[in-house]
Ligand binder design. Structure first.
Ligand code: ADP
Ligand code: MG
Length: 154
């Protein structure tokens, strides 16, 4: 992580803007941001294909001791991956291939939401419900090469 942005000196997990220059830095940022994610919350991960959303989830999963980074893979085809930690369950969800309300309903995401789960949703902004209900939004911008800007807001 670089510390050129004043915001980057904010306490771990605080809302702000972060810049990374390699995938490993984004994983490390995920570990750092994990404590800012509260049980029972919906987290929207925004950004183009290849921005680094899944890479960030690798670090978040590590931060919760729910899975090692290497075990976290994209749920593009499987749609939902579950990572269990002692006190919390992370659900990593990819809605890229989900286009209709009917398809969304078949995923029964409501059944996954409770006070001890966190939903990390890629492409969730496609649905107005998640734009409305999200507790945290993490937007990742590709800035050319391996540079990424990560905006955390809640
Ligand atoms: P998304 O889930 O947003 O489609 P992925 O995390 O699957 O994106 O892929 C990001 C790709 O970009 C990976 O191949 C990763 O190695 C590469 N990459 C290069 N630099 C970075 C960086 N700074 N942060 C995250 N990923 C990066
Ligand atoms: Mg992804």
């Amino acid at each position: 992580m670089s510390f050129r942005d004043p915001d980057q000196n904010a306490p771990a997990g605080a809302a702000g803007k972060y810049t990374t220059h390699a995938a490993e830095e984004t994983v490390a940022l995920g570990r750092k941001l994990a404590p800012a994610l509260e049980p029972g919350s919906i987290v929207l991960l925004r950004g183009d294909l290849g921005a680094g959303k899944t890479t960030l989830v690798k670090g978040i999963a590590e931060g919760f001791q729910a899975a090692e980074a290497d075990r976290v893979t994209s749920p593009t085809f499987t749609l939902i991956h579950e990572y269990r930690a002692p006190e919390i369950t992370l659900y990593h969800i990819d809605l890229y291939r989900i286009d209709t309300q009917r398809e969304l309903d078949t995923l029964a995401l409501d059944d996954l939401m409770d006070g001890s789960s966190i939903l990390l949703i890629e492409w969730g902004e496609k649905f107005e419900r998640f734009r409305r209900e999200r507790d945290v939004e993490i937007a990742i911008e590709h800035r050319g090469g391996d540079e990424r800007v990560v905006l955390f807001s809640n």
